[in-house]
Design a protein around this ligand. Structure first.
Ligand code: AMP
Length: 197
């Protein structure tokens, strides 16, 4: 199964992608996680991406597209994968369509987590509080100013993707305002329909 999880920052993409990993035993490919690892390891991509990420802006499409293309060529992606945080622009979506075709892969569904904008900042603040309570490291872009910029980037550059996938009849809309178990249940039942179609 090959899936995309789409939604604004704070919508619960990472949480739901993790549930899908457990259910389908396929890897979660989070471009944000890949970039954070690149920053932590001081690689060339990491050095290029750090300042952009700290501003809450998007890393250039070609950097991300190469990163994803290399990652989905790896052995653990043969049975499928869950893309979390990619694509984020129409150019990335077009590149993904082309690379999937070229690799002979079929996209099964694009899951959109729909969440009221007013709930997103609260969710980010909760993520920070939970991380601190667990003794973890807070993401440097989880602060009010950068988060506002990330939301802005989502509205301007990522929301147009919803129409791109709606036109391709690949979009599955899920009410992301529910608790995470209910969201996971809705995704599971929507996927049953998609796969049996
Ligand atoms: P995330 O963990 O998905 O919230 O991503 C954190 C940050 O990494 C974003 O704010 C961007 O700066 C960068 N990033 C992650 N995925 C992408 C992508 N597909 N395209 C461009 N930038 C990305």
């Amino acid at each position: 199964m090959r899936l995309i999880v789409l939604g604004p920052p704070g919508a619960g993409k990472g949480t739901q992608a993790q549930r899908l990993v457990e259910r389908h035993s396929i890897p979660q490919l989070s471009t944000g996680e890949m970039l954070r690892a690149a920053v932590a390891n001081g690689t060339e991509i990491g050095r290029e991406a750090k300042a952009i990420m700290d501003r809450g802006e998007l890393v250039p499409d070609d950097v991300i597209n190469h990163m994803v293309s290399d990652r989905i060529d790896q052995e653990d992606c043969r049975r499928g994968f869950i893309l979390d945080g990619f694509p984020r622009t129409v150019a990335q979506a077009e590149a993904l369509t082309a690379m999937m075709e070229q690799k002979g892969f079929k996209l099964d569904a694009v899951i959109e987590l729909k969440v009221d904008p007013s709930a997103l900042i609260e969710r980010m603040e909760k993520r920070v509080a939970d991380t601190l309570a667990a003794g973890g490291m807070v993401r440097s872009d989880d602060n009010p100013d950068t988060f506002a910029r990330r939301l802005d980037e989502y509205r301007q550059k990522t929301e147009p993707l919803l129409n791109y996938y709606r036109r391709r009849e690949e979009l599955v809309e899920i009410d992301g305002m529910q608790g995470m178990d209910a969201v996971a249940r809705d995704i599971a039942s929507a996927l049953t329909k998609v796969v049996s179609d």
